[in-house]
Design a protein around this ligand. Structure first.
Ligand code: PMP
Length: 357
């Protein structure tokens, strides 16, 4: 008799929304993947060489807390290494940050639509998600988010620039928000795409940690640094919080190859930021072409563009695939298209022109 499978999963787990990853390639050799906000540039030769070197020691565990990488990140931001906590992608960091602060039933306020991992990591942490709709122009509704804070709120997530809609938060708006939020509420500022931001009102969030002890800034090596496949992200926070996050993190959470690749990327940061400049120029070319065709898009400050197509979203995504470009549809809300290779971007411009009503 086969025994019955009777282990109960937590209710929060069985009711989790699915994380739908961007579709992968495979439509043929002319397919371009603009569905996951990846960097289209291949790793720098120095990064590949560092990874190959480190591969010789794969029988050994990595440095548990990635000391050398943490030192380099701390030097980049001008903070003490004790304020930096690394993890297996910034999504893992987000997970253990919430695990470290949330008790069952606590509330976590976040903008919606935003990064689709938010509702998942909030539920896994045992908390209740409080999604607050964006404004029609794809910006956070900070007044409504503030109004959503209750006695049970443990954390607020802010995403700047917002994935998938694109606008960045203005520094003044973040500061006013922080001044109004109770200081025991953790405010996590997710800056996954910050290197792509050119809005002059936006700020580097890391120095806010000095002024507001409840702020945590989240960064990643997946986007501007082009290391999505290796999974490295980090948080910067006050030392007491950072110690707690580190304690809640997976031991040896950043693998040996990822540690050396991220370290080498910091050494080669000027070359990587030059690539970011190219992608920003390409983003500007795309958004200008779309505006010239009559598209009124939200302000694109990341490496992606948002088309609020409503019911026509899946038709748009299908039309792009037929032309060899994979984009990321979100139900009947809209499609997010990563800025990629010039020829792929041209296809998107062309398809979008046909979709103007
Ligand atoms: N935050 C935002 C806003 C994102 O869009 C992403 C990736 N799509 C992440 C965090 C997670 O990035 P990673 O886990 O690759 O560091």
């Amino acid at each position: 008799m086969p025994s019955q499978d009777r282990v109960a999963l937590r209710e929060a787990i069985t009711s989790l929304p699915a994380y739908v990853p961007g579709a992968r390639g495979g439509v043929g050799r002319f397919s371009y993947k603009l569905s996951s906000n990846e960097n289209p540039f291949p790793p720098l030769p120095g990064v590949l060489a560092a990874v190959a070197d480190a591969a010789a020691d794969l029988n050994r565990y990595p440095d548990m807390y990635a000391g050398e990488l943490v030192e380099a990140i701390a030097a980049l931001h001008g903070v003490k290494p004790g304020r930096v906590v690394v993890g297996n992608g910034s999504v893992a960091v987000l997970e253990f940050v919430l695990d470290a602060v949330c008790e069952t039933g606590d509330e976590v306020v976040y903008p919606w639509r935003s990064f689709e991992a938010y509702p998942i990591v909030v539920s896994v942490a045992g908390a209740s998600g409080v999604p607050v709709p964006l404004l029609p122009d794809g910006r956070h509704d900070l007044d409504a988010m503030l109004a959503a804070v209750t006695d049970r709120t443990r954390a607020v997530l802010l995403c700047s620039p917002n994935n998938p809609t694109g606008p960045a938060l203005a520094g003044d708006d973040i500061r006013s928000f922080l001044a109004a939020v109770p200081s025991h509420v953790l405010v996590l500022l997710d800056e996954a795409y910050t290197e792509f931001v050119r809005d002059p009102r936006a700020i580097d969030g890391v120095p806010l940690v000095d002024d507001a002890p409840n702020v945590v800034v989240l960064r990643t090596f997946s986007k501007a640094y082009g290391l999505a496949g290796l999974r490295v992200g980090y948080a910067v926070a006050r030392t007491r919080l950072a110690d707690g996050f580190r304690a809640a993190s997976t031991p040896f959470g950043v693998n040996a190859l990822a540690q050396v690749a991220a370290l080498e990327s910091l050494r080669e940061r000027p070359a990587l930021l030059a690539r970011v400049d190219e992608l920003v120029a390409e983003r500007d070319r795309v958004t200008s072409a779309l505006a010239a065709h009559g598209w009124d898009l939200p302000d694109a400050q990341g490496n992606f563009v948002w088309f609020g197509l409503g019911e026509r979203t899946s038709a748009f995504a299908k039309a792009c695939v037929e032309e060899g470009v994979i984009v990321r549809p979100f139900g009947a809300e809209g499609a997010r298209v990563t800025i990629g290779e010039r020829e792929a971007n041209d296809v998107v411009i062309d398809v979008a022109r046909r979709f103007l009503s």
